[in-house]
Design a protein around this ligand. Structure first.
Ligand code: SF4
Length: 415
């Protein structure tokens, strides 16, 4: 009888792509991949070790599986990914785990076993990172930048096109670094052009994780001039104060970030600008935090995620003076997110009575849930579609917006 394997994916979409590659190989080797972990004899956990919270989530998940094993409901537990890569002595603390495997290398050819809904997929174009942000452990876990070779990428996207997916999300640690390991310069624009011409049937192509240091004008022009490329720019800036940006080893200044945002909004009218911020970085003063808060108020990002600084051993910032107490970090996080909630509500209010293209995702709440091109999977809002009609999951429809919430929209099928 085929061994039933369960796959538990924690962390980011990059981890999910690794799990899809592994599941693809196992499926190819005649193992049966089961959705329900409780049905599995063997469970593979793809872990995350980016920040404290993620590590805690990974450990908790492993301990839950250890309980299942002790109850005889599970034969084997295999832990892989960033936690196993970063902490080599886990076996001592978790003897019930059968194997610890580090991160899996970039997968140039493996057949993917979809762990996302069938209508969208992630394409990881590079692994590791070309940057050395002082708070980040990823370069230590994933190593320096390694780009997937272009022919392998084109083979993958042609396969996605044949599979008739509707949305392709292009990811990496920092996709603007693509190709720098070979040529020293970003090759992202050229790659995107090739991808566009090889996926004529894919409705949305979305770029995620773009480092603000390397946003090329021709990339913005290509995004602006290609209907199927989402008018969505994911631009983690992390902070805006020049002293803090320097301490973070982010090779960009406040003035350059502000000029870049202006340029992006001018080049791509109606663009959804997403960013990520870190609050409570070591030695961040109240004044510097308020500078960030005032910037958030002024910039009015369409989408924004904030993180509380996590002191990670092995990073330069771990030894920085002026570590901020947790309570103050939490207060700063709350202030940013409460400001952003109002901004998000204001952004959404502009869509009232407009008709927008929506990707239908699932049936729910007496209707359906979908996403606009301004909503990346799992991290942004949704569109609630009130309808008695039967809609096809994974298809694009026109939705007239009848109501707006802070992060979500409500609408009906446009006639
Ligand atoms: S760009 Fe991102 S992944 Fe790379 S070092 Fe900085 S924070 Fe880490």
């Amino acid at each position: 009888m085929k061994q039933k394997i369960g796959i538990l994916v924690l962390g980011c979409p990059r981890n999910l792509v690794d799990a899809e590659a592994l599941a693809g190989r196992l499926n190819f080797k005649d193992y049966s991949i089961v959705d329900d972990i409780a049905q599995a004899g063997v469970v593979l956990v793809n872990t995350c070790a980016f920040i404290q919270e993620a590590k805690r989530e990974s450990i908790d998940a492993i301990l839950d599986l250890v309980q299942l094993k002790k109850q005889g409901k599970l034969k084997k537990i295999i832990v892989y990914g960033c936690l196993a890569q970063r902490y080599k002595n886990l076996a001592k603390d978790l003897p019930e785990v059968d194997a610890f495997v580090g991160t899996l290398g970039l997968n140039h050819e493996s057949k993917r076993f979809a762990l996302t809904p069938k209508h969208y997929a992630y394409l990881k174009i590079c692994e590791g990172c070309v940057n050395q942000c002082s708070y980040c452990v990823i370069p230590k876990i994933k190593g320096s930048l390694e780009s997937l070779d272009t022919p392998a990428i084109i083979r993958k996207v042609k396969r996605f096109n044949r599979q008739k997916i509707s949305e392709l999300n292009i990811i990496g640690q920092d996709i603007t670094g693509f190709g720098m390991d070979a040529s020293g310069e970003s090759q992202l624009t050229g790659l995107l052009r090739k991808i566009i011409s090889n996926v004529p049937d894919i409705g949305w192509i979305r770029l995620l994780y773009l480092n603000p240091q390397r946003i090329a004008s021709e990339l913005l022009e290509l995004v602006a001039s290609t209907d199927r490329v989402c008018k969505y720019i994911d631009l983690p800036i992390q902070h805006i104060n020049n002293r803090i940006l320097k301490l973070m080893n982010r090779a960009i200044t406040k003035e350059e970030i502000i000029a870049l945002i202006k340029k992006i909004r001018k080049s791509i009218p109606g663009v959804y600008l997403r960013t990520s911020l870190i609050v409570g970085f070591p030695s961040e003063t109240e004044k510097e935090f308020n500078e960030l808060l005032e910037f958030v108020k002024a910039a009015k990002f369409q989408r924004l995620g904030a993180f509380i600084y996590s002191r990670e051993e092995g990073t330069p910032a771990y030894n920085f003076k002026g570590q901020i107490p947790q309570q103050i970090k939490q207060e700063r996080f709350d202030k940013i997110m409460s400001e952003q909630r109002q901004i998000a509500a204001g952004v959404n209010a502009k869509f009232l009575s407009q008709t927008i293209t929506v990707l239908v995702e699932e049936k729910q709440y007496g209707g359906y849930i979908g996403r606009s091109q301004g909503d990346a999977p799992e991290v942004d809002g949704v569109v609630y579609i009130n309808t008695k009609q039967s809609l096809r999951i994974g298809k694009f429809i026109q939705v007239k917006i009848t109501g707006t919430l802070e992060y979500d929209l409500v609408g009906e099928v446009a006639l």
